[in-house]
Design a protein. Structure first.
Length: 397
């Protein structure tokens, strides 16, 4: 999945509500896996069309208007195959807006619409700190990472990192018995780097592994910055232990600042290039860290959140195919919908409740009526009669 090469470049503050049902969860997975749909496009489509099913139905026309012909959405069979792969691993789906989705990450404008989770999701209810740094850690940097991660985990914080070699792996190891979360750049079943495979298996048993990517995806260069914004988005603060002036760790620190998180850094010798990034952060206002006490003084003690329910993956079933309606059914349905609408927009979900229809049943017909100019969708999941219909007393299908 590309981060967002999407049809809409501007982000929206709209946050999806909880999934309506099993079909809606599957539709959300299909939507984010569709070509040229990233987090910003996902939110805009849901805001404008009211549901993932309606957004999927409208997507080919959106693509056509953007100059992309013969566009096909991500298929239901492919989404069910991804869900089956997750079940084989024992992973579960966390959908933006659902109970159990990490609360701090949900506040970020580019939060991933779905996350696959493997391990103890109760860790998401605890306060989190991210720890990142160089893959080529010095002896002093390694000792500092182990000590800092271990002490902060014992103090009640969950340590989040990216499962990379070096500082990431050291932090995961030190925090493992008290709580650690690894965010992967590729699919949950792709363990990268291979040298951290044993650590990844231990984290799945004692901690938690997360990924927004589909199963089987080998991480490419563009996936690591995407992973980094999840690492920082989960956490209350980001701690950089050792980092060069140009490094992925500084990308994570910049993400943290953009997300309104605290940035803290361990100072290093001016002649050591592995510390140049940390020293730059300190020069620019980051909080200096000598030990866990400095971190707790800067951000406060760990406070546990109320436990949120989590939806198991097993609740995404094999969905039955919906029967095709003939033209008489469609005409009658058009007439029923038009009879409920006027020039004043109403909430689409309220319209469907009044009609006794599910989003799955209504998505295609509403999108077709929109393309035909009979109805208009408004931002925020609202819908109304189109202008040419609202002025006449006769409503025809």
């Amino acid at each position: 999945m590309d981060h967002d090469t999407g049809f809409f470049e501007a982000a929206t503050a709209y946050r999806p509500g909880p999934s309506a049902d099993n079909a809606d969860r599957l539709a959300r997975l299909r939507l984010i896996r569709s070509r040229r749909v990233g987090p910003a496009t996902f939110r805009r489509l849901l805001a404008e069309h009211g549901s993932a099913e309606a957004a999927l139905a409208a997507l080919p026309e959106v693509a056509k208007q953007a100059g992309v012909d013969a566009y096909e959405v991500f298929s239901e069979s492919a989404a069910l195959a991804e869900a089956k792969a997750a079940r084989r691993m024992g992973a579960r789906l966390l959908s933006l807006g659902d109970p159990g989705y990490p609360a701090d990450l949900a506040d970020c404008a580019d939060a991933p619409p779905i996350l696959w989770a493997l391990g103890d999701t109760r860790l998401l209810d605890r306060p989190m700190l991210a720890m990142v740094g160089t893959r080529n850690a010095s002896s002093l940097g390694s000792r500092m990472a182990r000590k800092l991660a271990g002490d902060l985990a014992e103090a009640g914080f969950v340590i989040v990192s990216g499962l990379a070699r070096g500082i990431d792996a050291l932090a995961h190891h030190a925090a493992l018995k008290n709580g650690t979360i690894a965010v992967q750049a590729g699919g949950l079943d792709v363990l990268y780097p291979a040298e951290n495979s044993d650590l990844a298996h231990e984290i799945a048993k004692q901690g938690l592994r997360l990924s927004e990517q589909p199963f089987g995806l080998d991480p490419q260069a563009r996936h690591f910055p995407q992973r980094n914004r999840i690492v920082s988005g989960l956490a209350r603060a980001v701690i950089v232990v050792e980092a060069a002036a140009r490094s992925g760790s500084l990308i994570t620190a910049r993400n943290a600042l953009d997300q309104g998180r605290e940035v803290l850094a361990v100072p290093g010798h001016p002649m050591d290039t592995r510390a140049s990034g940390c020293n730059m952060l300190l020069r620019d206002g980051a909080t200096l860290v000598r030990g866990a006490e400095d971190v707790i003084e800067a951000i406060g003690p760990a406070e546990k959140r109320a436990r949120q329910p989590h939806l198991p993956l097993a609740e995404i079933p094999e969905l039955p195919k919906q029967p095709e309606r003939d033209w008489r059914d469609r005409a009658a349905l058009n007439s029923r919908i038009l009879s409920q609408l006027g020039p004043t927009p109403v909430a689409e979900d309220q319209l469907l409740r009044d009609l006794g229809m599910s989003p799955f049943e209504a998505a295609a017909v509403l999108s077709r009526m929109e393309l035909e100019g009979a109805v208009q969708r408004q931002p925020g999941g609202l819908i109304s009669l189109a202008a040419q219909h609202s002025g006449s007393g006769k409503k025809s299908p």
